[in-house]
Each structure stands twice: as structure tokens, then as C-alpha cells.
Design a protein around this ligand. Structure first.
Ligand code: FE
Ligand code: FE
Length: 331
């Protein structure tokens, strides 16, 4: 059977090298934006990439455009780096108005890059907005700054879609946009039409959410505009290869997208610290294709019938019937 797969994507950082607080010399030599694009092209099944901005040193927007075209890729989103040293006490919620203005400048520049690359959205991940210690911040003040700052950005760029990616913690011990519900509430309070949510499967998982339930909540409020997949051991944002730890919950997540007729890019957000980055993407897409086939084989009517009685075992049997054979024919 010929299957029409959804478009696959990846954050370009998937193909970069990484530094942490131990290997401060990095796990591999630095990889330029252009080399990251070339590696993404090597994967073979990728159509979209999410592009961090600024690019690595010396790389121009013309070069990025040319490299994307040459590798058969399109930008799905642009991710402004509003979480570097100067924003260590926050971007939108920084206590210093001058630093908040700097963040605004980076964000508006990145909106221009969205236009130049004809990307679908500006991905906003304010990783340093939040707090570390009890009593460190005035929580009302954080809410006001986070919500009004995002509203200002949205109003200044009405032609651009903005997605907020929520995450419970890291690098801050507690991030401001930490859950599906809080993010939805904040967006409602903004009163704008061009802000939605990017749901990262792993963030929901280690934040104690059900990724499927979080997806349904956001879909029901017309806010699920993008997503990332990966996997983790539930204590941290490990950004491991999708399906390696939580295949059943990945399947429930994609089932939820399917029954809601969600159309969008199935996007990888993974950090293969010690693995070959191209092979890690290939194994992930192999799994995602299996998930897609399993969803086509799943007896959805029978599953809905089981759910109507909260028949847990009956539902699992139907899932097992298709999920654990879905990679049979894959190389
Ligand atoms: Fe992500
Ligand atoms: Fe993450």
C-alpha cells in the first residue's frame, strides 16, 4: 500500500553540536547554520526545518535561502535566541526595561526573517522567563510583563503567526509559560488573533501532562498550531529519539491529532548528544511513518466504542494490535 505521509520537519539544532555544564568544550566541533541545513538535507525525508536566529557567525539570509533550496527544504518557523547570556534574567519578564527592549528588537528582527524565508510562524520560547527561588519574583508582575510583551509583539506583526512553546523548567528552575492551560489562559488574556501554541510532546510529558490531553485542550481552543516530538525519561527534557521510551503515549498523541483532522508538520525536536545526528533523525522518521501506518490500520470505531465504556483493556488490545507490528516492513 502506498501511504501518503505527513510532512516531516526538524529543528535545525538537531544537527548542531552541543555544550553542557560538563563538556564545556562541546560534544562535537561547532556546526554552522549552513552545515546544519546540509545535514538536514541528508536525512532524505525532511521537508521543513525550524531555523534559529541569529544564524551562526558570518552566515547571511541569502546563503540560508540558497542552502534551503539546494537541500529541498523549507523553513517552517524561525526561533529567535532570546535565551542567551544577556537575557539570563528573562526576555519579556526581564526586570530591566532596557533588556526587555533588546529582546523586543531581536523578536522583531526574527519576524522579518520569517517574512524573508516565507516561514509559517515565529516560534517564541522565552526560556529565561521565569524564576529559580521562592520569593525571587512578584508573580503578578511576571504575568503582566509576559502577557503584555507578547501582545505588543503580536500587534506589531499582524501578518505573522506567533507560537509560544511552553516548557515546565530548564534553563530556569521554573519557566513562566509552563503548561498548556497557563499558555492558553495567557493567550486569551492577550486578546489577539495571531498567537497560538507549539506543543512539545516531551515538555508535556516531563511536565506531568498527558500530551494527548494537552493537545485536545489546545485544539478545542483553536490554539494548537504546531508541535515537536521527541522522547524522555519523564524527569527532564532529554530530547531523545521519538518512540524509544513512550511509544504508546506517542501513539495516543498522534491519534488525537488524527481524529481532530489536525494538519501540520510532524516535527522533531531532539538533541542527539552522542549519536549521529542524521541517523537519529532517520530512526525517528522511521518510527513516525510506522505510527502513521498504524493509525490507518487502527479500528477507530471499535476504539471509540471501548472508550464509551472506559474499557481500558479493550482499548489497549486494539492499540497493541496495530502499534507493535507497524515497523514490520521497515528497513
Ligand atoms: Fe521543542
Ligand atoms: Fe525542549
Amino acid at each position: 500500500m502506498m501511504t501518503d505521509y505527513p510532512p516531516f520537519g526538524a529543528g535545525l539544532w538537531h544537527f548542531a553540536s552541543y555544550v553542557d555544564r560538563y563538556a564545556t568544550d562541546g560534544y562535537a566541533a561547532p556546526v554552522s547554520t549552513l552545515e546544519q541545513i546540509a545535514r538536514a538535507g541528508e536525512v532524505g525525508d525532511l521537508t521543513y526545518v525550524d531555523v534559529p536566529y541569529p544564524f551562526t557567525d558570518g552566515v547571511t539570509i541569502e546563503q540560508v535561502k540558497a542552502a534551503l533550496t539546494q537541500n529541498g527544504l523549507q523553513a517552517v518557523g524561525v526561533t529567535p535566541e532570546i535565551y542567551m547570556r544577556r537575557f539570563r534574567k528573562g526576555a519579556f519578564t526581564n526586570p530591566d526595561a532596557a533588556v526587555r527592549a533588546q529582546a523586543g528588537a531581536v523578536l522583531n528582527e526574527a519576524a522579518d526573517v520569517v517574512r524573508a524565508l516565507d516561514a509559517r510562524y515565529l516560534k517564541v520560547w522565552p526560556g529565561q522567563d521565569g524564576w529559580d527561588y521562592p520569593f525571587q519574583v512578584d508573580h503578578h508582575q511576571q504575568w503582566t510583563l509576559a502577557v503584555s510583551g507578547m501582545r505588543d509583539l503580536a500587534l506589531a506583526n499582524p501578518d505573522i503567526k506567533i507560537v509560544i512553546e511552553y516548557k515546565p523548567r530548564e534553563p530556569r528552575q521554573k519557566m513562566f509559560w509552563d503548561s498548556a492551560a497557563k499558555t492558553a489562559l495567557g493567550i486569551k488574556a492577550m486578546g489577539v488573533e495571531n498567537v497560538g501554541v507549539l506543543l512539545d510532546f516531551g515538555h508535556a510529558l516531563f511536565g506531568g501532562e498527558s500530551p494527548a490531553a494537552a493537545a485536545q485542550l489546545l485544539i478545542d481552543h483553536d490554539l494548537l498550531w504546531a508541535m515537536d516530538v521527541n522522547d524522555n525519561l519523564r524527569g527532564w527534557d532529554d530530547d531523545m529519539v521519538v518512540g524509544t521510551v513512550h511509544p504508546v503515549e506517542v501513539f495516543e498523541f498522534f491519534y488525537t491529532l488524527k481524529v481532530n483532522n489536525w494538519q501540520g508538520v510532524w516535527q522533531l525536536d531532539q538533541f542527539p548528544f552522542r549519536e549521529d545526528t542524521v541517523e537519529a533523525a532517520r530512526l525517528s522518521i522511521r518510527f513516525l511513518k510506522g505510527i502513521h501506518r498504524a493509525l490507518e490500520e487502527l479500528d477507530i470505531a471499535a476504539l471509540r466504542e471501548a472508550q464509551s465504556n472506559e474499557d481500558a483493556l479493550g482499548a489497549q488490545r486494539l492499540v497493541q494490535d496495530v502499534l507493535f507490528s507497524c515497523l514490520r516492513s521497515e528497513s
